[in-house]
Design a protein around this ligand. Structure first.
Ligand SMILES: [Fe+2]
Length: 390
């Protein structure tokens, strides 16, 4: 009898809890973080725990309170419709170069679509009251100097990521480069965020731009085809270029390291063709004013163009002749987990090349006449320096 009464009470508790669970307010569970910040635009990405429509409210970085007036809203839309999703990405256009903007990311739950009627639920947003609103500064090609930092091959080691970011003066760092293999593979979204991105958001990624260069490990796992939902979400491709201050950055997407036919890939990859298509883009990118007129040119690519594996050989064959013709100042890569620096002429590469390790942080300061790259170990000790003066 006692057992029956106990079972009945348990059932009652579950039944009572169900409506309460459904009524739980929507929450932002990851982000927001910046992507593809340019001179006139920026993308903001955040993730909610329920399907919702998303928008960003943007305000100038002046003395006014964020609540002083209704702020401009830019919605997450596609083909003219506000997207219902848990992954939100808003591209803000029409910004001024080198200007700081404040923002708030918001999402309203979509409970139901009843034919053409939409039933909305609660709203979640980032805090603009309890603390200073999030803010970012657009790029400025006229800026006299740029400071950037690069790390790679973190493979989900949040503590190493934190140690490296801790070595950077965030107020002085214009941008971060994540040069691939930030996780070893991705089974689901939580692995992606738990592996490094939540930590990056906690430390800087909502306010300092991060540019992602995909490694070969981000190509692995059930989440791999959805990588662009989270990074470069509003861009055509994962290879792209941008300029900050005197530097033009060209970010390349290396693909996998073994032949596409290798048993490890189970027939899902087609990187040979992808690198051929990318080389066509690179050829025109290197002829552009953006590249040609920049005082310094930096190539960012996860894999080096040497080492003897298929992906490296394909990069050497398809990208390096184009780069040799349009000499960048330096090629920054990782992948090997061992630090090395190579002078112009080594391995058929007619410009300096740095292979950053999985435990070293690269920091650079570049002005119109000189690029000063320093590399630090996890204790903050300088282990190498490359100085290029013009
Ligand atoms: Fe790698």
């Amino acid at each position: 009898m006692k057992l029956k009464l106990y079972s009945f009470l348990c059932l009652l508790l579950v039944v009572c809890a169900l409506p309460a669970a459904n009524q739980q307010k929507i929450r932002i569970i990851h982000g927001p973080y910046l992507q593809n910040v340019g001179a006139n635009d920026a993308t903001i990405v955040w993730i909610t725990d329920k399907p919702s429509v998303g928008w960003v409210e943007i305000a100038p970085d002046d003395e006014s309170h964020f609540y002083a007036q209704e702020r401009a809203k830019i919605f997450d839309t596609k083909i003219g419709i506000k997207r219902t999703s848990t992954i939100h990405a808003v591209k803000i256009d029409g910004l001024q170069p080198g200007v700081r903007y404040r923002y708030r990311a918001c999402a309203q739950e979509v409970l139901e679509h009843r034919v053409n009627q939409v039933v909305y639920g609660s709203i979640a947003s980032t805090d603009v009251y309890g603390k200073a609103p999030l803010s970012f500064t657009t790029l400025n090609p006229q800026k006299s100097a740029v400071n950037f930092a690069m790390l790679n091959d973190i493979h989900g080691r949040n503590e190493v990521l934190e140690q490296m970011i801790g070595q950077c003066d965030l107020a002085e760092t214009d941008l971060f480069l994540f040069n691939g293999d930030m996780v070893s593979w991705t089974n689901d979204q939580e692995q992606l965020f738990g592996g490094f991105m939540d930590k990056a958001v906690e430390l800087f990624a909502g306010s300092v731009p991060m540019y992602y260069c995909r490694g070969n490990h981000e190509t692995r796992g059930p989440m791999a085809p959805y990588f662009q939902d989270y990074f470069n979400p509003k861009e055509d491709e994962l290879y792209y270029m941008f300029r900050q201050g005197p530097v033009c950055f060209v970010v390349l997407d290396c693909g996998e390291d073994k032949p596409d036919s290798d048993v490890e890939y189970y027939g899902i990859t087609a990187y040979d063709e992808y690198r051929t298509q990318q080389a066509r883009w690179l050829e025109s990118a290197l002829k552009s004013d953006l590249y040609q007129q920049a005082p310094f040119k930096v190539i960012v690519c996860h894999m080096p163009p040497f080492g003897g594996w298929h992906g490296e050989l394909d990069i050497a064959q398809k990208f390096i002749p184009l780069l040799n013709e349009n000499k960048p100042d330096v090629y920054l890569c990782g992948h090997i987990h061992r630090y090395s620096r190579h002078g112009a002429g080594d391995n058929g590469v007619n410009f300096p090349l740095i292979v950053n390790s999985n435990n070293t942080l690269l920091k650079a300061r570049v002005d119109a006449g000189r690029m000063d790259i320093r590399v630090y170990d996890l204790d903050g000790k300088e282990i190498d320096r490359l100085l290029i003066e013009k």
